[in-house]
Design a protein around this ligand. Sequence first.
Ligand code: HEC
Length: 102
Amino acid sequence: MKLRIICSCIALSIAMLSPAFAADSTAVFVQKCGGCHKKGGDAVPVNPADKAGVVWTKYFKRGRHPVDLSSQVNEADMEVILGFLQDHAADSDHPVAAAIPK
Ligand code: HEC
């Protein structure tokens, strides 16, 4: 019984750490931010590794983004995107500098 609980905990941890789980937040970022920020897009390319984690949070919580995104990015998606930016920020363990393909 105990073993079964331990096994399912391990399985759950593996599921959460797997690329499929990570790809979800990447997809939200690419979909919601990439429309404008992809390479060769209307706005400059943006990568999580452009800023430190705390700077990303301040950037959006203080409304520094030059375009109002409230009509295209809802709060839940913004939380997911902020999580993604934190996880791959300049000062994270896994900085990402090429998240939005052409
Ligand atoms: C409707 C188009 C649009 C969307 C969607 C959008 N942005 Fe922007 N963003 C802009 C524009 C326009 C600028 C001004 C800079 C420029 O013209 O390249 C900008 C600027 C930025 C900057 C400052 C870049 C710099 O070096 O000055 C960051 C960081 C940024 N956006 C992040 C994001 C993130 C993260 C998302 C997704 C949540 C996002 N943006 C979604 C249009 C957009």
